[in-house]
Structure formats: C-alpha cells, structure tokens
Design a protein around this ligand. Structure first.
Ligand code: PLP
Ligand code: COI
Length: 353
C-alpha cells in the first residue's frame, strides 16, 4: 500500500458539521501473518490500493466511533476508550479479522490525538470525533479471510451530528427491511450493516424523517435500534417513571452511550428495564400517555430526542413532540462528564498526555 498527499479540508468551529473536516495526521498499523506492526503516525493522505484489494469485493471492514474532549482545565480526554477497543475486537472476531489488543488500540488513537491536539475543539457541543477502522488489504479475489489488514485512525473536529442540535427528530419505522437477523452481524460494527441500511435511510428521507427505526427480522414487531444509535423510551405508569430499552442480543449493537446512560439513569433515581419492547407498546403508549419520551443515543448523536414517528400507514407524536425532561437530564448528565463540567464519578474519562 502506498499513500499520496491529499488536501485536508478545514472549517471554523462554528461551521463544523459532523465528519466533514479532518486533522492533518492519521495513524496506521499493518497486520500480516507476522502479527501487528507498531503504529505509525503519518500525514492524512489518500490510500493507493489495488482494484483487486479484498475489502472492495467482500467487505471485510469494521470501524469504531469515539470522541476526545477538551476540558476546562485544558486537558484532552477520551470517554471509555477501552470499551471501543473491546467492541472492535468483538467485531473483528465476527468478521474473521485479526484482533487489535486494547493497549495497541488506545496507543494508536492517543498518538493521533497527541499530534493533532490543537484541533480538539473547545466549544460546548464540539469534540474531536475519532474513527478507528480496519480493512482487508490483501490483493486477491479468493473468497476466504484476507491475510493482510490495515488498521487506521483518522480524526474529525466535529459539532452536532444533527443540524438541528438538540431539536427532536422524526423517525421512519422500517417495516420491510430489518437491519439484522439472529446469527447475523447486527452486534458487530461492520461496514456492511450500514450499507444495508442506506436504502431505508433514503426512503426515510423521502418521508421527511432523519433516521430509521429497525424492527426485529422474525416478527417485525419488536423495536431494535436505529441505523447508528440505540433507542430508549420513558414510560410513566401510576406516577412511576421508568427507562425502557431493548436488551442486548446478536441483532443489536451494544452502545457505549447506552450502557453509560443506564448507569446514569440509576444515579438519577430513574429505574431501567432492559426488555423486549414492541412497536405497538410505543404507539399505544404515546397515544394513552404512558410513553412520555423517546430518544436515540450514540457517540455521534449523544442523546437526541425523538418527536415524531412515521410508518407507511401511521404517524404519532411522543409527548408534546419536544425534548422531554428525562431526555434533557440524561443528556446533561452525560455531557457534563464528557465535557468535564461535572465530576467523573465512574472514572470514565482517560487523559491523553
Ligand atoms: N447502534 C449502532 C448500529 C451504531 O452504529 C452505534 C454507534 O456506534 C450505536 C448503536 C451507539 O453506540 P455508541 O454509543 O457506542 O456510539
Ligand atoms: C457513532 O456514533 O460513532 C457511529 O459510529 C454512528 C454513526 C455515525 C455511523
């Protein structure tokens, strides 16, 4: 593999969208039968790959998403990077790719952050989005796991994922195309899962929705998650409020934001139920007032309220269609820790020095 220079787009902080501009460097690590080489810091450059490189044909490609934050004390910190490292290893196992040990993963990410430290935005709601990923680089059309891989980390100074910031989004429920099926790859962060969701994302956009909610493949009845985010509902029965979210399975990506919010909800005194939730429970609950809030969560999206839900035949609004009180409280609790304005009681932040 060779690289060629490319221009690095830059933008002022107030014009940063999500994943539009990149820092001047990247880290790379090659894997061959001899194992992993040491991480290399290099300029952010185009990759020159043979058209017969395996990733282009059979899609052995996995990725992660994580953020580095500039704290008020000037320090730059990562949120739970060991979780991303562990998930990348799990994705690698599912896709018959080599596992990158946690120490090497964190070292490769830290090397890049350290080199491009000045590009970590300081504005609230902004961060350095990091995209570690791995591709099969062996040149052959043979259908078997590749014997050469490249792991890279690139970084993008980013603002909010949704242009509306914390405004409630509209979601489209995919009744025809599930995202994952039992025994499949739904629990892995592999590129093909996202490719398979693009068609429905296009349909959602045609119906004025920003995101897709996927249902289970067997019964097309149970809520799973969105294309790149997990899903939570707030239920209120007899004056008692509970956070409800579908359980982890092989058809769901176990979000690090999801598991952190479950802990923070408990800190805030909000009960949490991880259990199957049907679309009908959401629809009827929104109608009779037992489902008071809904939100999507993920590294890129943080906590994003869901206001309107659309299907081919129906549409309903959750609560008053605006960000609910628990959605707001949970978002603030999480962002406070991530941005360094609240105490890190769970020891989630890692300083990059
Ligand atoms: N679900 C999917 C399919 C995702 O791609 C992501 C994003 O990584 C998530 C959920 C949320 O995961 P996390 O909170 O770790 O970013
Ligand atoms: C993330 O939240 O980091 C993701 O990877 C989701 C999406 C941008 C694909």
């Amino acid at each position: 593999m060779t690289t060629t220079p490319t221009s690095v787009p830059t933008a002022p902080a107030d014009a940063l969208g999500f994943g539009q501009v990149f820092t001047p460097h990247m880290t790379t690590m090659r894997w061959t039968s001899g194992g992993w080489e040491r991480p290399r810091l290099r300029r952010f450059e185009n990759l020159a790959l043979s058209p017969a490189t395996m990733v282009f044909h059979y899609g052995q490609a996995i990725f992660e998403g994580m953020k580095a934050y500039r704290h008020p004390d000037g320090g730059v910190r990562l949120f739970r990077p060991e979780r991303n490292a562990a998930r990348m290893m799990a994705s690698a196992r599912r896709m018959a790719m080599p596992e990158l040990p946690e120490g090497d993963f964190v070292e490769a990410v830290s090397l890049l952050i350290d080199a491009d430290r000045e590009h970590v935005p300081a504005e609230p709601g902004h961060s350095l989005y990091l995209r570690p990923f791995m591709i099969a680089t062996e040149v052959t059309l043979g259908t078997r796991p590749a014997r050469e891989y490249l792991f890279l980390v690139i970084a993008s100074p980013s603002g909010p994922y949704f242009t509306g910031g914390f405004d409630a989004i509209t979601v489209w429920v995919s009744e025809d195309h599930p995202r994952a099926h039992p025994g499949g790859t739904g629990h892995a962060k592999c590129a093909g899962n996202y490719a398979a969701g693009m068609l429905v994302q296009q349909v959602a956009a045609e119906h004025g929705a920003e995101q897709v909610v996927f249902l289970d493949a067997r019964e097309r009845r149970w809520l799973e998650e969105l294309g790149g985010m997990n899903l939570f509902l707030v239920r209120e029965v007899g004056g008692r409020q509970t956070l409800v979210t579908p359980p982890v399975s092989d058809t769901l990506l176990e979000g690090i934001t999801r598991s952190s919010l479950i802990i923070l909800a408990d800190d805030l005194g909000l009960g949490v139920e991880e259990r199957p939730v049907s679309f009908e429970e959401w629809r009827s609950g929104a109608a009779d007032g037992t489902v008071t809030e809904a939100f999507a969560c993920g590294t890129a999206a943080v906590v994003t309220p869901i206001g309107t839900v659309r299907t081919r035949s129906a549409e309903f609004v959750v609560g008053d269609g605006r960000p609910g009180p628990w959605t707001t409280r949970l978002r603030e609790a999480l962002l406070g820790i991530q941005e360094g304005t609240a105490p890190d009681r769970h020891g989630w932040m890692r300083t990059i020095s």
